[in-house]
Write a protein that binds this ligand. Structure first.
Ligand code: FDA
Length: 476
């Protein structure tokens, strides 16, 4: 086999939040690392860029108060945060297209519908409280809850369609970004448990609380900066040879990219699970991983930015926070940058709605989406000075947004093996997280976990090495 160009203790595939966190943790513990990144930039699903003169968060951006791992990292890197603008009324568009203003968390629906939503929310909070986000499959009802769709379960609770739609979208269009008939009740409960409760998820002031001044991509960028030359861009890993430790040959890995051969004792795959399959494993991964990985798929959402010469909605006493399960853009917010006099709105178009608008020309799509925003904010919304659609579906090294989830029954069936290493190969990304699932916080937690697993395995190996002479003597 080819001589290695680079030899390290650990090679990490992917320079997103998970990979850059893991690399720094391992370095701190005295191991040498190299991070191989397919793209020409660091950050993965975090990407802060300037589009037509406007700084936009093309990927992840919000930080919520329970996200300790992310908050610690932000503090440690010396980054500043600011609160999302939230003065004034939120808006809701009802089934007949009527615009309602409201404050607080409860949508302005009829008293009857409000009662139904409150009752089911209470039921959901109680169920979520029983779910350990790290082990959702361990709940006594996991099998049952994983065999009914989120939509079907909600429709069993009530025949109030408006209540169902409003309850459904918190984990559906807004989080897993798949149609609510395409994932299970258990997957929905995990999504809520990963944020502490179902109520947290529907509370925009909680889940979409703060942003980082200058953009959230600085987290992986600053972490990568500390690694210096040990982060290599434009290096998609094509092949990963590994020694099966059960065959006895001191486990290790050899990765090849288009131009490099990298050898290490351990590897961390720090990218979305839908991309494991892009790597040729030699020998192949075990049957369990082959099967499991086929049951994980990315959700799909378009994040739309519209920048205006001023935040005109504030003049009408609107906070910018807008929801409607009946609108093309099911949620939208004030996304004005810190200290910017211009006003920015961000809207989201999810799952089948996203598929539908991608059938249209770019012009028609823009018109349809701005039309939807104008239902919330009035006709001025139709004339932004900058307009941008994040389309992660076309990104070869991501393939959707925000993250991956199991198909029906998959979480109960495979959940326990999601983070289990295979020989020297470890897995880390937001898609595998319990707390912080699908979020940057989860990516950081998974990066830390994979690093800790390797450090523990490494201590085990050292102990084994120390014991070896004794063993030989005993055998003789
Ligand atoms: P990520 O996907 O970021 O990193 C993996 C890296 O591996 C990528 O850089 C990729 O190029 C690389 N890679 C893949 N295959 C490779 C190979 N074979 N060889 C080499 N490199 C390879 N979260 C949040 O907390 N708040 C929010 O507001 C949002 N909002 C949001 C909006 C949008 C539009 C998106 C797309 C996502 C969010 N998220 C979010 C989610 C959050 O951005 C996401 O969960 C994490 O950034 C994922 O970080 P990871 O490091 O796990 O994977």
């Amino acid at each position: 086999s080819k001589l290695a160009d680079i030899t390290r203790d650990v090679l990490i595939v992917g320079a997103g939040a998970a990979g850059t966190t893991a690399a720094n943790e391992l370095r701190k513990a005295g191991l040498s690392v190299v991070v191989l990144e397919a793209r020409d930039r660091v950050g993965g699903r975090l990407w802060t860029d300037v589009i037509d003169g406007a700084m936009l968060e093309i990927g992840g951006q919000w930080v919520s108060p329970d996200q300790d791992a992310l908050i610690e990292t932000i503090d440690e890197l010396g980054l500043e945060t600011f609160s999302r603008y939230r003065e004034g009324d939120s808006v809701y568009v009802g089934p007949d297209g009527t615009l309602h203003r409201f404050t607080g968390e409860m949508f302005p629906v009829s008293a009857e519908t409000e009662k139904v939503i409150a009752e089911i929310t209470e039921r959901l909070d109680a169920m979520v409280a029983e779910i350990d986000p790290d082990r959702p499959y361990a709940h006594p009802k996991a099998a049952e809850w994983d065999s009914i769709t989120w939509d079907a379960w909600l429709r069993q609770q009530t025949d109030d369609d408006e209540a169902v739609r409003n309850l459904a979208f918190a984990t559906g269009s807004a989080m897993l970004t798949k149609p609510t008939h395409a994932f299970s009740l258990l997957q929905s409960l995990l999504m809520a448990a990963s944020a502490g409760s179902y109520s947290h998820l529907v509370d925009a002031d909680f889940i979409l609380d703060k942003r980082v001044v200058g953009g959230l991509q600085q987290v992986p960028l600053l972490l990568a900066e500390r690694l210096g030359d040990d982060v290599l861009l434009n290096q998609p890993v094509r092949t990963l040879e590994w020694d099966d430790p059960s065959t006895g040959s001191g486990a290790g890995v050899t990765a090849t990219t288009d131009s490099l051969t990298v050898r290490a004792r351990y590897a961390i795959l720090a990218h979305a699970p839908v991309l494991y399959d892009r790597i040729s494993f030699v020998p192949s991964l075990p049957r369990r991983q082959h099967q499991m990985h086929q049951h994980l798929s990315m959700g799909f959402v378009i994040k739309v930015h519209a920048v205006y010469d001023r935040p005109f909605w504030r003049e009408q006493g609107l906070s910018g926070t807008a929801f409607s399960p009946y609108e093309l853009s099911h949620e939208a917010y004030d996304n004005t940058n810190h200290g910017d006099e211009r006003g920015t709105l961000v809207g989201f178009v999810s799952d089948q709605n996203a598929d539908d608008v991608f059938e249209l020309s770019a012009e028609e799509r823009k018109e349809r989406i701005l039309e939807s925003l104008s239902h919330y904010y009035g006709p001025e919304a139709k004339n932004p000075v900058v307009y941008y659609e994040s389309d992660w579906g076309t990104e070869e090294w991501t393939r959707g947004a925000y993250a991956a989830s199991f198909d029906m029954g998959g979480l109960h069936r495979y959940g326990k093996d999601l983070r289990t290493p295979v020989g020297p190969i470890h897995f880390a990304c937001s898609d595998l997280a319990g707390a912080g699932y699908q979020h940057v916080d989860g990516a950081i937690r998974m990066g830390r976990l994979a690093a800790a697993q390797i450090l523990e395995a490494d201590r085990g190996d050292d102990t084994a090495a120390d014991d070896a002479p004794e063993l030989v003597v005993a055998e003789v």
